[in-house]
Design a binder for this molecule. Structure first.
Ligand code: PAF
Length: 272
């Protein structure tokens, strides 16, 4: 992979990179198509990264279908699909991790304390292997995108990070590889995530800017769904991810909810 990238770079051509954990859906494909437009050469990685899963999470059961993914990546414009295995990326004795000080202490980082260290570490490794000029991440994983941007700035990676809009199903459910875990009843119930975000924006537009009131309303909508359990609902500063009490400018509303056993996340930038 490194030799390939060196060759592309020697020809003065640019590399766009879309990192994924596979089981590609329309959300990934929109990132891949975006990458196709931006770079002369497009690399997609498929790697279910063990170090971002805690014991008891779904690493073993994470959906995988490499043949289908290769086909979809190719059809949507990938020149190279990089599919390392666990042992290639984490040899015996691996001991270097990338940790950020502040951004992981909020939102998903609270219930998934090792997650962002695992993400920052693997993305650093993939950047060093693929040597892209551009890398594209979905805004559905807003905190992940913030962390990657911060890391790229802090560690002087010469890579432009591009955030791409969340792709939703026709009824608003944010696309996620984990949606396949949902039964049809749970899928229906999962619509409460997006509904609560839309309601939040409606409340803000009607002049209510007290975060607690908006969060309470979201919480009610989510609790009315069957089989739902709230991990967090937060309204915070879009840069620092620190909670805000009164919404005076743009604010990030983010939430994580378990529907049955499946943990789903979604977010929206609220605009007064
Ligand atoms: O968003 C994902 O799919 C993963 O967290 C990533 C960025 C590919 C790192 O494993």
């Amino acid at each position: 992979m490194q030799e390939y990238s060196d060759r592309v770079r020697r020809l003065d051509k640019t590399i766009a990179f879309v990192p994924t954990m596979g089981y590609l859906h329309e959300g990934h494909l929109s990132l891949i198509r975006e990458g196709r437009k931006i770079g002369d050469c497009l690399v997609v990685s498929i790697f279910v990264n063990p170090v971002q899963f805690a014991p008891g999470e779904d690493f073993e059961n994470y959906p995988r279908d490499l043949q289908r993914d290769l086909e979809l990546a190719r059809k949507n414009g990938a020149d190279v699909v990089f599919t390392p295995d666990d042992k290639e990326l984490y040899s015996n004795g691996f001991q270097t991790y990338v940790n950020l000080k502040e951004l992981p202490n909020h939102l998903c980082g609270i219930s998934r304390p090792i997650f962002f260290s695992g993400v920052a570490t693997v993305v650093t490794k993939l950047f060093n292997i693929i040597k892209p000029h551009f890398a594209i991440f979905g805004q559905k994983d807003y905190q992940q995108l913030s962390i990657i941007r911060q890391m790229v700035c802090d560690l002087n990676f010469d890579i432009e990070i591009i955030g791409a809009e969340t792709v939703r199903e026709h009824d608003g459910l944010a696309m996620s590889s984990r949606n396949v875990y949902l039964t049809s009843e749970q899928r229906n119930s999962a619509l409460c995530l997006y509904k609560s975000l839309q309601k939040a924006q409606a409340l803000l537009s009607s002049g209510i800017n007290d975060s607690k009131k908006i969060i309470d309303s979201a919480s009610e909508i989510i609790k009315s769904g069957t089989n739902t359990e709230i991990d967090y609902i937060a309204i915070c500063d879009p840069k620092t991810l620190i909670d805000i009490k009164k919404i005076e400018g743009q604010a990030l509303m983010a939430l994580a909810v378990k529907v049955g056993k499946t943990r789903l996340i979604d977010n929206m930038i609220l605009i007064p």
